[in-house]
Ligand binder design. Structure first.
Ligand code: C2E
Ligand code: MG
Ligand code: MG
Length: 611
């Protein structure tokens, strides 16, 4: 980083420079190693003294009361590149100042004369105060020097010159890092938001333009990350050339850039700016010997019309960006309060899901199902999670509906089946695995083939696999569904009806297919302990009883407390699932979870806690 063009000689707070402070009440005395300099003649310092000051790591200069140089060391000469002519004892302070000022940055040759005079006047005035004082000088050779002057009793002074270039550069680097993106050297997200907050709180008129590159990941995949990084840098360099100096251009992360354009602007002005930004991105990039083509989509939201707080403005810009994305590569869109953005968001999620499958961002967590009478874990339910690179862990409730609407659930479901069977094949032989199926899997894709494939690839016996379906599978009444369910069951796989009791007409479904298990929806369990308690208990009891008569077993899900456990087991549920025993765990924690559940039983029995 280059030293900034700051005024080169600003007084700074006095700084300790290892200089003995001025003795207050003693008589004037010569500095050690010198005879007191006469008025006209400067006596040469002794050789020993010169050798001593030349061992110092800092520059040293000493002047007498007539502002003539008495002595200086080599570091002083080197710091300012001073020629012999101005380091001879007796040289006037004014001549040295003239030389140093001509070597400083921040002022023109024309200004130098005035600065010289000012410098000498300031120096003498500060000297007259009798205290040490400091100033920083920025030299043309790139060095930054801290000068601390200490007045002497005889009216002269000693200057200590410290090269603080590295220190200053490190400080600047830290300051710089706090608000910049290291890859592109644009501002970072934190600084962008800070500026946005500031602008909105001062009620300035601003516009936010948000850019997202199209298909950046495929550039990374095709050409490798170094080319991807080079592309981001190249885009940043081009964008910065289009924006005004006063505006804030930032990389928000990944392949997203955003601009705060300050001041009032017409729709047409913003539109032209958007077009120029997209055009510069869209021009061919030559990177590491390759030609790369990329486009970007852009959204525009402006304050105060589209939002008065950073959150609202950015949310609206985000909606408009998603909308632009759905309009095709290289599109831009203004936020429009009248527009329905919902459908656009679905499309974006669709693209995200596709990528998630490709990038293997899904994982299965497992929640134990506890056989209450056998006092052990009888199996685990596989519950999918999406580890999103930016949004973190996303729960199935937030993406399964979209995956179903877009059809991706078929691939996601097949992956979950395969993964769960492979994981379960490594568990104890008496431990089953339950996998959730979506109704869409019964209508699209080859579910039977996926099930058989998962069993044969994993070697898991069919008896150890359970498939959980919800009433919605039967509700959709697809012609293939019943046949498929029977064929799967004929393999020896158990079919379980999940979330039982939540759909209208639930009982009629029990007649339509021979389910092996019913899983009572957790809403009935949750209400235990509320004013609805009596109804819940009655429902759970009835379901368990009914299931028994139809030769089905029952699981109660969502059991969180000892009281709920007592209620469901007294009602006749054979199996229990819920946070009381364990939350869903990662595959690496299966063995530990089996042990933990066993310990919960032995402790409870010791204390007769469940009686
Ligand atoms: P579900 O099949 O009914 O799964 C039970 C849900 O209840 C899980 O939520 C589980 O974490 C949660 N749960 C379990 N015990 C307790 C408890 O004691 N208290 C509370 N409050 N919650 C408890 P999760 O993992 O968020 O899954 C939600 C739903 O997403 C599942 O409901 C299932 O319908 C669906 N799902 C999960 N994985 C898959 C999958 O691989 N494929 C399909 N199609 N659906 C899945
Ligand atoms: Mg389930
Ligand atoms: Mg359930």
């Amino acid at each position: 980083m280059k030293p900034g063009g700051r005024p080169s000689s600003k007084p700074v707070t006095p700084r300790h420079a290892n200089i003995p402070s001025r003795p207050k009440a003693s008589k004037a005395r010569a500095a050690p190693g010198f005879s007191r300099p006469g008025k006209q003649r400067i006596e040469k310092p002794s050789g020993l003294f010169v050798r001593a000051i030349n061992t110092m790591v800092r520059g040293l200069s000493m002047f007498d009361k007539d502002q003539r140089l008495v002595v200086c060391n080599n570091v002083y000469r080197e710091l300012y590149d001073l020629p012999d002519a101005v380091t001879e004892p007796g040289t006037a302070f004014a001549d040295i100042v003239a030389y140093v000022v001509s070597n400083e940055t921040g002022h023109t040759a024309k200004e130098a004369r005035a600065i010289r005079e000012q410098r000498i006047n300031d120096h003498l005035a500060a000297l007259a105060e009798g205290e040490s004082f400091s100033e920083v000088r920025h030299l043309k050779n790139g060095r930054i020097v801290l000068v601390t002057s200490q007045p002497l009793l005889d009216g002269g002074w000693i200057g200590i010159h410290e090269d603080i270039t590295d220190e200053r550069q490190a400080e600047k680097r830290i300051e710089w890092l706090a608000c910049h993106d290291t890859l592109t050297e644009l501002y970072n997200r934190a600084y962008f938001h800070q500026q946005l907050r500031g602008a909105l709180s001062s009620r300035s008129e601003i516009a936010v333009l948000w850019v997202d590159l199209d298909g950046f990941n495929s550039v990374n995949d095709t050409f490798g990350q170094p080319v991807g990084d080079a592309l981001l840098k190249s885009v940043a360099r081009r964008l910065i050339r289009v924006v005004r100096k006063a505006d804030i251009l930032a990389r928000l992360g990944g392949d997203e850039f955003a601009l705060i354009r300050f001041g009032a602007a017409t729709h047409e002005q913003l539109e032209r700016l958007a077009q120029r930004l997209l055009a510069t991105i869209g021009t061919e990039h030559r990177l590491l010997g390759r030609k790369v083509h990329i486009t970007g989509c852009l959204s525009i939201a402006h304050a105060p019309d589209h939002g008065r707080t950073p959150d609202t403005l950015m949310k609206h810009a985000d909606l408009a960006l998603h909308y632009a994305k759905t309009s095709g590569r290289g599109s831009y869109a203004f936020y429009d309060p009248e527009r329905d953005y919902e459908s656009g968001r679905v499309k974006r999620l669709d693209a995200d899901l596709k990528l998630a499958l490709k990038k293997k961002q899904f994982e299965l967590h497992y929640q134990p199902i506890v056989d209450f009478h056998a006092q052990r874990v009888s199996g685990f339910e596989a519950l999918i999670r999406w580890r999103h690179p930016e949004r973190g862990m996303i729960s199935p409730a937030d993406f399964i509906p979209f995956a179903e609407a877009s059809g991706w659930i078929v691939e996601i479901g097949n992956w979950a089946l395969m993964r769960a069977c492979k994981d379960a094949a490594a568990w104890p032989a008496d431990t089953k695995v339950a996998v959730n199926l979506s109704s869409v899997q019964f209508e699209k894709g080859d579910l039977y083939g996926a099930v058989v494939g998962a069993l044969s690839a994993s070697g898991l016996p069919a008896e150890r696999l359970e498939l959980e379906i919800t009433e919605s599978v039967l509700l959709r009444d697809h012609p293939k569904t019943h046949d498929l369910l029977h064929r799967i069951r004929a393999l020896g796989i158990k079919i379980l009806l999940d979330d039982f009791g939540t759909a209208y007409g639930a009982l009629s479904y029990l007649r339509s297919f021979p389910f092996d298990k019913l899983k009572i929806d957790r809403s009935f369990v949750r209400d235990f302990g509320t004013p609805n308690e009596r109804d819940c208990t009655a429902i759970v009891q009835s379901i368990a009883e009914l299931a028994k008569r139809l030769h089905m077993t029952t699981i109660a899900e969502g059991v969180e407390t000892r009281e709920q456990l007592a209620m469901v087991t007294n009602a006749g549920c054979e199996e229990v699932q819920g946070f009381y025993f364990s939350k869903p765990v990662r595959v690496g924690e299966i063995a530990a979870t089996i042990t933990r559940v066993r310990q919960i039983f032995s402790r409870a029995l010791e204390k007769s806690a469940w009686r």
